[in-house]
Design a binder for this molecule. Structure first.
Ligand SMILES: Nc1nc2c(ncn2[C@@H]2O[C@H](COP(=O)(O)OP(=O)(O)OP(=O)(O)O)[C@@H](O)[C@H]2O)c(=O)[nH]1
Ligand SMILES: [Mg+2]
Length: 305
């Protein structure tokens, strides 16, 4: 440890669905702590990814995207995102370079003023700079800074890694002095059974079309360490309708078998051990209104009410 005092704090990453929040948190921690898909509303709850920069432990809080909520689950997700921002030492607002000031970005700017105390430090990161020309970036940065008093502006590509280390260094200096919250080698704060369920949900989201991924949830029901060093994991995929079950299973169970095999490979890599993954699909028309499902996801049921 160096002689200078240690620093530690929380950085909440907020932004529209698909802005690249989870990609950024993964890039910052150097590991996949949060699932990523090309679809909106992938992240459902707050996920902590931990990075170390010099003497600072930076705890990134990945949040669900900000969007106009319709269902109970949507409302609970958006509430979780703003709660993450309110609790953080620094809020990092992520905007997509090529999309500019969308109505969703406008809503986020309004939210910054409404939901956060005026003294909360908020920084702007314009992401996906690999998709636009430089002139476009500068005018977007200027426009956004006219609308909100950001402490600092960064231009990054979370996917390619551009600007990531400058951003991490800046955050490391800006966080308050204090002891580290987590052991040095910890990279995420999420139970393994939840991470394993998220990995399966990522594979489902990537493979299933349209609304279906939004109508299902995955839970790890059983986790059994075996004598030979392997792990047996049983997960349930809750779907809202009979028809959905058939789609998830696929012809002769082919779809769920593929998904299971992809998820198993990734969970096994994460754990560094052999994994036996068993998936069951259950029809549960009311799961979107069951408090227990929200608890399992780490969401507050009453936020959706
Ligand atoms: N071109 C480009 N694509 C990116 C970049 N960062 C993220 N993406 C892509 O954007 C998509 C969404 O990324 P996510 O990290 O899942 O976005 P998110 O903000 O967490 O989305 P939600 O959890 O749904 O709110 C994925 O296909 C990423 O690969 C980037 O810097 N450049
Ligand atoms: Mg996400």
């Amino acid at each position: 440890m160096t002689e200078s005092p240690t620093r530690c704090g929380f950085v909440a990453v907020i932004g529209e669905p698909n802005a690249g929040k989870s990609t950024l948190v993964n890039a910052m921690t150097g590991t996949k702590v949060s699932i990523v898909t090309h679809k909106v509303q992938t992240t459902r709850t707050r996920i902590r990814g931990i990075a170390i920069e010099g003497g600072t432990q930076i705890i990134f809080v990945d949040t669900p995207g900000l969007f106009p909520p319709r269902r109970r689950l949507d409302r609970a997700m958006v509430a979780a995102a703003w709660a993450g921002a309110a609790d953080a030492d620094i809020v990092l607002a992520l905007v997509e370079a090529h999309r500019g000031v969308t109505p969703g970005v406008e809503a986020m700017l309004d939210g910054l003023a409404t939901y956060l105390p005026a003294e909360k430090p908020v920084i702007l990161a314009i992401n996906k700079i690999d998709r636009v020309r430089r002139e476009q970036l500068l005018s977007l940065a200027a426009e956004l800074n006219e609308r909100h008093l950001f402490k600092e502006t960064f231009m990054i590509s979370a996917r390619k890694g551009d600007g990531i280390s400058d951003l991490r260094k800046w955050l490391a200096e800006a966080l308050p002095e204090g002891p580290w919250h987590y052991p040095e080698d910890q990279i995420a704060d999420l139970p393994l059974r939840l991470i394993a369920a998220e990995i399966t949900r990522e594979k489902l989201t990537l493979r299933l079309h349209q609304e279906l991924p939004y109508q299902l949830t995955v839970e790890t029901e059983n986790w059994e360490e075996r004598k030979d060093g392997s792990v047996r994991i049983d997960q349930v995929i809750y779907v809202a309708r009979d028809g959905h079950k058939g789609i998830v299973l696929g012809k002769g169970g082919e779809t769920v078998r593929q998904i299971g095999s992809e998820a198993r490979a990734e969970i096994s890599e994460l754990l560094g051990r052999k994994v036996h993954l068993f998936l069951t699909v259950k029809v549960r028309p009311g799961w979107l209104d069951e408090p227990e499902r929200y608890r399992e996801m780490g969401l507050d049921f009453s936020d959706g009410g």
